[in-house]
Design a protein around this ligand. Structure first.
Ligand SMILES: *Cc1c(COP(=O)(O)O)cnc(C)c1O
Length: 394
């Protein structure tokens, strides 16, 4: 179920494709196009399928003001990683009671800064961080992130974040002693998580911690289910509807019909599908006469926004603008334009393009609305950061 079997219309309908071609034809590549209508719809789809969940958009997925403003207007709350994102949200007049400081790694002066600006909801996964919060954000609500191994996720987020339930339990007790409000448990099953069962495992651990805390007289009130909801990359996933249905069932199994407050922190699933990178083939070449694969060099690569191709983790749907599905295809190696040999996009996994692919051809790289432009480098090799255009601005 890969490139060779999927076609451009799996990722864009014919009339939108026509619009994108028209819009992009006289613009210099590479650039990203973000369709605000699609973001609007993705938000509604999540809200509709998980009506009991409060949405905290993970700002880091795509921090553009226009996107933040759109989501704020729709009632979204926000998950931030740094005080810089906090400053941005405050500048956009988003009230601090709609903001959660969701990074487990923070300086004490930044905790204080956030507290002074009115933020009262913090994540933690360690004693030293908890003590910093107690000192610099006294009386705040704290939720505790548990470890998830990120198995079956395309972009796992494992190991670095969260603690094992034995530590988490001690943190809950300690937070109360320190005068904080032990508020809930969070987890992130890994970004672009393809195995819905991972939520089941995490939710049962949450239930165990809710019960253990209760025995100590502490009533936890919130579950933060993080992100991990899927977007439409090359490898297909189940629909958001199926995810939501299953996750709701897992919650019911453990918590009955009276759910605690439920928070989700979607990033990728809100913005990824809304983005298309338009790029140009710089060159098609052969490394040796007997090598079976041509190299296709694009004008965008790992340093231009496609960093999530590390380890070939995420496989973007990439199609020629003049795609003709009736022509014969060949497998190629895809690489970016910089003088860095790490800047190879896909070498083990082979993308297929029609055999007449050539210099100057344009390609559309779909599902690039998340974790792309903000990752693009500032003038590495002299390349400017990835340009961005919006469609359907209100
Ligand atoms: C990155 C991140 C998210 C967003 O995850 P997606 O898989 O992109 O939806 C949510 N919560 C936290 C704490 C994160 O770090």
């Amino acid at each position: 179920m890969y490139n060779s079997e999927r076609v451009i219309t799996d990722f864009i309908n014919k009339s939108d494709l026509k619009k994108i071609k028209e819009f992009s034809k006289d613009k210099k590549t590479p650039f990203l196009i973000m369709d605000l209508n699609k973001i609007d719809k993705k938000y509604d789809e999540l809200k509709k399928n998980l009506p009991f969940a409060k949405i905290y958009y993970a700002v880091k997925a795509n921090p553009q003001d226009k996107i933040i403003k759109l989501l704020a207007k729709k009632g979204s709350c926000f998950d931030i990683a740094t005080i810089y994102e906090l400053d941005q949200l405050l500048r956009l007049k988003i009230s601090p009671d709609r903001i959660s400081f969701g990074n487990t790694i923070k300086k004490e002066k930044d905790i204080l800064y956030a507290y002074n600006k009115g933020v009262r909801l913090f994540v933690s996964d360690s004693f030293s961080d908890l003590e910093k919060i107690a000192r610099s954000a006294p009386g705040s609500k704290v939720f505790f992130r548990i470890l998830c191994d990120g198995g079956s996720a395309d972009w796992p987020l494992s190991r670095k974040f969260g603690s094992h339930p034995d530590i988490t339990f001690k943190l809950i007790i300690e937070s109360k002693r320190l005068g904080l409000i032990p508020y809930g448990i969070s987890f992130h099953v890994g970004s672009q998580q393809r195995d819905i069962g991972q939520w089941d495992n995490a939710i049962s651990q949450v239930k165990y911690l809710f019960d253990a805390a209760k025995e100590e007289g502490i009533e936890l009130r919130m579950i933060n289910m993080g992100g991990g909801f899927p977007s439409n990359y090359l490898m297909p996933t189940r629909s958001i509807k199926t995810y939501a249905h299953e996750i709701t069932r897992f919650l019911k199994e453990d918590f009955g019909n009276n759910f605690p407050e439920i928070i989700i922190e979607p990033g990728r699933s809100i913005v990824a599908d809304a983005g298309i990178i338009v790029s140009e083939v710089i060159m098609v070449s052969k490394k040796s006469m007997c090598n079976q694969y041509d190299w296709v060099f694009l004008d965008v690569g790992k340093f231009g926004g496609l960093i999530e191709t590390i380890d070939e983790s995420l496989k973007y749907p990439i199609f020629l603008e003049r795609e003709n599905k009736n022509l014969e295809k060949k497998e190629v190696i895809l690489a970016g334009p910089t003088c860095d040999s790490a800047d190879i996009l896909y070498e083990n996994f082979k993308y297929s393009f029609q055999t007449d692919i050539k210099e100057g051809d344009r390609v559309f790289i779909f599902t690039t609305g998340a974790y792309t432009q903000s990752y693009s480098s500032i003038y590495f090799n002299g390349f400017p950061p990835l340009k961005l255009y919006f469609l359907n601005e209100k």
